[in-house]
Unconditional design. Structure first.
Length: 424
């Protein structure tokens, strides 16, 4: 969906992001001597010592012992201590079922640390489970550097690991959380929406969307999908989802469960709906965006993108219009008459959403209703040509089997739907 505005809140991201503070020095300050970090070759005892430090950290977090938690951090670094106090507070706010750290016998390049001491950066993975939001623990790579202080190892730098995506709502600025049946909602402590209020909205919208999509085939997984709704600056969405003027207002993705084979949706720990906090239509305040993302959680998976996104737009409440895009009616009518394929989907932002929405609306409203459309979705993978993973390649055969129409007839119906849009 269009990102209508990127507010001054972008500046706030840098302030809230964990581990992003600059090293000492600034305007008007004299040059500070560089900290001393003599070369060091770690031995097995160092890995064992760090494991004990992180075990203490995890136990302290689960038991609400802030003093013991901060004892694992370099006390000489005030900014680091402040960051870790915020993380500790966030962990207390969230319904943590488990928390642990795994230390691998692999050394990485240490980050710069503000105080003297030898440095050590083993590979550390955080393994955590949120009650109601995860059906099993979830692993998160970290970027920790340890510094030797007073004869032992303490955390000297703690940053988010560079990776395509991660979901750690506790790692960053202060948050507030609320939990319901198979759902946890996390909001910024000083954000536009209270966590309890957003939880009520999520619960209502989820029940409606689930009911509408009840016929969707889900294989052997009949359990309620655990859900984390993250309406904070913390975490990172997949790829460049939020980048540019056409950045999404929110994104939905699945997180892997630790130790389970990736054979079905049941082996995921749960789904995450990640809010874009700088979007004007962010889900924290926009009902349409919330319903759209919930449709991705409960909607069909083995379908092309135009089906997936078009159905989400339809269920978001855009039943009679293109939802704020009717000013583009002439552009839509003049656009190349074709369904957007999976490989190029999103290159033309709002136009691709509009075409997908119109195609699904025409099929549902003019050709048998939602029940028939979901039967079309459930059977779609049966018509996928062998040797391809591009679901769009099965569109023609799936339409013929379920509706008795060609792709061209669907395209003609889509543009007839555009012609009915308001002209001003």
């Amino acid at each position: 969906m269009d990102l209508r505005a990127r507010a001054a809140a972008l500046a706030l991201v840098a302030l809230l992001a964990a581990g992003c503070a600059e090293l000492p020095g600034g305007a008007g300050a004299g040059p500070s001597p560089a900290p001393s970090h003599p070369p060091y070759e770690p031995v097995p005892a160092d890995y064992e010592a760090v494991e004990k430090v992180l075990a203490q950290r995890a136990t302290a977090a689960l038991q609400g012992d802030e003093e013991a938690f901060l004892a694992t951090v370099d006390p000489r670094d005030r900014k680091l201590v402040d960051q870790q106090q915020t993380i500790f507070g966030n962990l207390q706010e969230l319904p943590m079922k488990s928390l642990a750290y795994e230390v691998k016998d692999t050394e990485q390049t240490p980050d710069e640390v503000r105080n003297d001491g030898v440095l050590f950066a083993p590979q550390v993975t955080e393994v955590a489970q949120l009650e109601e939001a995860h059906r099993a623990p979830v692993s998160h790579p970290t970027d920790m550097t340890f510094v030797r202080h007073d004869g032992g190892w303490v955390i000297g730098r703690d940053r988010a690991a560079p990776q395509e995506r991660y979901s750690r709502p506790w790692f960053g600025g202060p948050v507030v959380a609320a939990a319901g049946r198979s759902v946890v909602v996390v909001t910024e402590r000083d954000g536009p929406t209270d966590a309890a209020e957003l939880l009520d909205r999520v619960s209502t919208a989820r029940a409606e969307v689930e009911k509408a999509l009840e016929p969707v085939w889900r294989g052997d997984d009949q359990e309620e999908v655990p859900l984390l709704v993250d309406a904070t600056y913390n975490g990172k969405p997949p790829g460049d989802t939020f980048e540019g003027e056409d950045g999404a207002a929110a994104v939905t993705f699945w997180v892997d469960a630790v130790g389970l084979p990736k054979t079905s949706i049941a082996t995921f720990a749960g789904a995450v709906i990640k809010d874009n906090p700088v979007a004007a239509n962010r889900l924290a305040t926009d009902e349409r965006t919330l319903r759209h993302e919930l449709s991705h959680v409960y909607g069909p998976a083995l379908v092309p993108t135009w089906v997936n996104e078009g159905l989400a737009e339809y269920l978001s409440g855009c039943e009679a219009n293109i939802c704020g895009e009717d000013e583009e009616r002439d552009q839509l009518l003049a656009h190349e008459r074709a369904l957007p394929g999976d490989e190029e989907w999103g290159e033309d932002g709002s136009i691709d959403y509009a075409i997908s929405h119109a195609a699904v609306s025409w099929l549902i409203d003019e050709n048998g209703g939602m029940k028939r459309f979901l039967e079309f979705c459930n059977d779609f993978f049966l018509h996928l040509p062998s040797g391809t993973e591009n679901f769009h390649d099965g569109t023609g055969k799936a339409l013929e089997a379920s509706y008795g129409i060609t792709e061209k007839q669907l395209v003609d119906g889509t543009w007839s739907w555009f012609e009915q849009l308001p002209s001003d």
